[in-house]
Design a protein around this ligand. Sequence first.
Ligand code: C5P
Length: 293
Amino acid sequence: MRSVTEKAYAKINLYLDIAGKRDDGYHDLITVMQEISLCDEVELHLCASPSITLSCEGNFHNIDMHKNLAYIAAEAFCRRLGADTAQGVNIVLKKNIPVSAGLGGGSADAAAVLRGLNRLFGEPFTTDELCEIGMSIGSDVPFCIVGGAQICRGRGEVVREVRGLENCNILVAMGGTKLSTSEQYRILDLKYNDFVDYKSGKGYDEMLAALDKTGSVDALTCTRNIFDVLYENTPTMGVVREIMYANGARAVVLSGSGPSVFGAFDTPICEAKKSLEQQGIPSYPCRPVNRKH
Ligand code: C5P
């Protein structure tokens, strides 16, 4: 096999809270992540010269190839593989997932590169080993390697699979612009006094129990995303929420550290999409992706 194509699915956070601050400066997370059908496509072509190249098509903000997580993932994979990598790889990235949005697009691309290279090189690594390589690239990469719906804790380590959302429509939209992720964590550190007396996990057990029982969007009525407070006063967020609820959303939830929000509907989403468009707000209709392992 000389080439493979991998789908790189975006993720949404069905729940996101911070349990505390860690000694390494990161934060211990309590999160439930779910893959959605909005995706990039990653083509990997093995080539004779031992170099890594990357080209991008589509909705892509031109950044230095060497800073792209797909490129960094290929480098990390080849480094871990060691002496056997006389071959190089040409990566072609077809972007559809909005960047810096809280949808894990860069992490999904990195995970797709790791999964794809593992296939091309005859599965030298187990899923756990791929996740280990993935964690060195970004906190969401292990989830994107495993996919489906998963509880993730710590920096983002996958803990266990859960029942995901089923039989629903998801509409993703941008609720404003954002600061860098690390800046957002810094603001939360200040607001919650480094999480010293912070009571985390509000609504978590209820949400998980409801999700496990029904797979229904109604599970999201008791959810929480700690980054919500950073968007309280942004006008676009208000408009997005209002339009989605007015058009049948059962829940409207921030994903990751934003600014993307997703509406979860058990009815069609065309009216909500149309109304958002009339306000000049692009949106992305999709469905949950649930994998069977
Ligand atoms: O690992 P990743 O590149 O996704 O993280 C981006 C930034 O978000 C980190 O540099 C860190 O400041 C913050 N972060 C954190 N705790 C996490 C994940 C990310 O503080 N669990």
